[in-house]
Design a protein around this ligand. Structure first.
Ligand SMILES: Cc1ncc(COP(=O)(O)O)c(C=O)c1O
Length: 388
C-alpha cells in the first residue's frame, strides 16, 4: 500500500534542472540567486524586504535579536507550536512566556495574551499562524510590543481587517514575520527560512546578523583600508541560505500558486466528507478563524468524548489503526509547556485550552501531491475505524 505521510514536498524535473544549472554556475553561495529568491518571497507575501536564512529557526533567532531581545526581556508566544517559536527568544538570553490557545482554532487566546502582557510586559510577541490560519495580528499589535508573526505554516494565507484583505507575512500589522522552507512547508529549499519586514533598518540589521555581524557599507565603516575592507560590528552568525537552495526555492516559488490551490482543494474534499456520517459527532475539523483564508499547512481534526483521557485514548487508537493502513497521521504539537526543558518557564501556569486541544488533535495527510483518490482512501479508512 502506498504510504501517505502527513506532509511531503513535491519536487519535479524543473526543480532538479534548476539546481543542476546552479551547480554549473560561478556561485554556490552568497550569489545573485539568493536575491532573486528574496524578491520572489516579497512578491508572495507583499512585504518590502525578505532576508533568506538557513532555517525558520535561524529566522526566529535573528528576528528576536533584531527586535533587541536580550537578558531580562520577556518574549510571549503560543504554547501550541513547534518549540522553535519559543527557542528563538531563549537563544537571545530572553525569557519565554507561554500563552494558552483557543482549543477550537489552535490559535493564541487573546484573553490569555492580555493577562500575560499585563503580568510580564513583553518586549516581543510571537503569534503563530497555526495550521495555516493567520493569528489575529491587528488585535495582537495593540499591545505595543514588537510583533514577530511566525508564518511558518501560513505562506499564502489571507486575513481581513477593517474591510481590507492582507497576506500572511506582509508585515501590515507586525514588525517582522518568519517563514520556513522545510520539506513539509508550502515551498521547500530542503532546510531554509526567511524574515520579512517593511522596515529598512530591520532589513539591514538582519542581513548583517545573517553574515557574522559583518558590514561592508562605506557609510558605517569606522575606517576604510581599501576595497577589501569589512568590519564585524556586532556578533552575528553564519545563517546564510545557499544559491543552490535558492535555485530550488525559486523554482518552487513559480509553482507556489498551484501548490496552495491544491492544498485548499484537498481541505474542501476533507471538509465535505467530515460534514457527513459516520463522522458527525465524533470528529470535527479544526475551525478556521473568521475572516481568514487558510493556507492549510496542516489539516487537523479533533476527536470528542466524555473526558480528556477518553478522547486521548480514542485519538491514539485511531492514529495506530491509520498507521496499520500505511496512513501516517501526526500530532501537532506536543505543547511547548509539556517539554521537560520548558518546565522552569511554565511553573505554576495552566494551559487548559492547549491541553484539551492536544488530547484531541490529529493532522491528516495534506500536501500538493496527494491525489483525490488518496484523500478518499484516508476518509474511507477513517470511516471504517470510527464506525468499528
Ligand atoms: C510554527 C513553526 N515555527 C518555526 C519552525 C521552524 O522552522 P525550521 O524547521 O525551518 O527551522 C517550524 C518548523 O517546523 C514551525 O512549524
Amino acid at each position: 500500500m502506498k504510504p501517505l505521510p502527513y506532509g511531503k514536498q513535491l519536487i519535479d524535473a524543473d526543480d532538479i534542472a534548476a539546481v543542476a544549472e546552479q551547480l554549473g554556475d560561478d556561485w554556490l553561495t552568497q550569489g545573485p540567486t539568493v536575491a532573486k529568491f528574496e524578491a520572489a518571497l516579497c512578491e508572495i507575501t507583499g512585504a518590502k524586504f525578505a532576508v533568506a536564512m538557513s532555517s525558520g529557526t535561524a529566522a526566529l533567532h535573528l528576528a528576536c535579536l533584531a527586535a533587541g531581545v536580550g537578558p531580562g526581556d520577556v518574549g510571549v508566544t503560543s504554547t501550541n507550536t513547534f518549540v522553535a517559536s519559543a527557542n528563538g527568544i531563549r537563544y537571545c538570553g530572553g525569557t519565554p512566556r507561554m500563552v494558552d490557545i483557543d482549543a477550537e482554532t489552535g490559535l493564541m487566546s487573546l484573553r490569555a495574551l492580555d493577562e500575560a502582557v499585563r503580568a510580564v510586559r513583553p518586549k516581543v510577541i510571537v503569534p503563530v499562524d497555526f495550521a495555516g490560519a493567520v493569528a489575529d495580528l491587528p488585535a495582537i499589535a495593540k499591545h505595543g510590543a514588537v510583533v514577530i508573526e511566525d508564518a511558518a505554516h501560513s505562506l499564502g494565507a489571507e486575513y481581513t481587517h477593517g474591510g481590507r484583505s492582507y497576506r500572511a507575512g506582509s508585515c501590515a500589522h507586525t514588525q517582522m514575520a518568519i517563514l520556513s522552507f522545510h520539506p513539509v512547508k508550502h515551498l521547500t529549499t530542503g532546510e531554509g527560512g526567511a524574515v520579512t519586514t517593511n522596515d529598512p533598518a530591520l532589513d539591514a540589521k538582519l542581513r548583517e546578523l545573517r553574515t557574522h555581524g559583518i558590514t561592508r557599507d562605506p557609510q558605517r565603516l569606522t575606517r576604510n583600508d581599501g576595497p577589501w575592507y569589512q568590519e564585524q560590528q556586532s556578533l552575528g552568525y553564519n545563517y546564510r541560505l545557499t544559491d543552490l537552495q535558492c535555485a530550488l526555492g525559486l523554482s518552487q516559488a513559480k509553482k507556489f500558486p498551484g501548490f496552495l490551490a491544491r492544498r485548499r482543494q484537498i481541505a474542501a474534499q476533507y471538509d465535505a466528507a467530515f460534514a457527513k456520517a459516520p463522522f458527525v459527532g465524533q470528529l470535527v475539523p479544526l475551525r478556521v478563524r473568521d475572516g481568514v483564508t487558510s493556507a492549510y499547512h496542516l489539516y487537523v481534526v479533533r476527536f470528542s468524548g466524555p473526558s480528556l483521557e477518553a478522547i486521548a485514548a480514542r485519538r491514539k487508537a485511531v492514529y495506530m489503526a491509520l498507521r496499520d493502513a500505511a496512513i501516517f497521521a501526526q500530532v501537532h504539537y506536543v505543547p511547548v509547556h509539556a517539554h521537560p526543558d520548558y518546565a522552569p518557564f511554565v511553573a505554576g501556569q495552566q494551559f487548559p485550552g492547549c491541553d484539551a486541544y492536544y488530547a484531541s488533535c490529529l493532522s491528516l495527510p495534506m500536501y500538493p501531491a496527494l491525489t483525490d483518490g488518496d484523500v478518499e482512501r484516508v476518509v474511507a479508512t477513517l470511516g471504517t475505524i470510527v464506525s468499528g
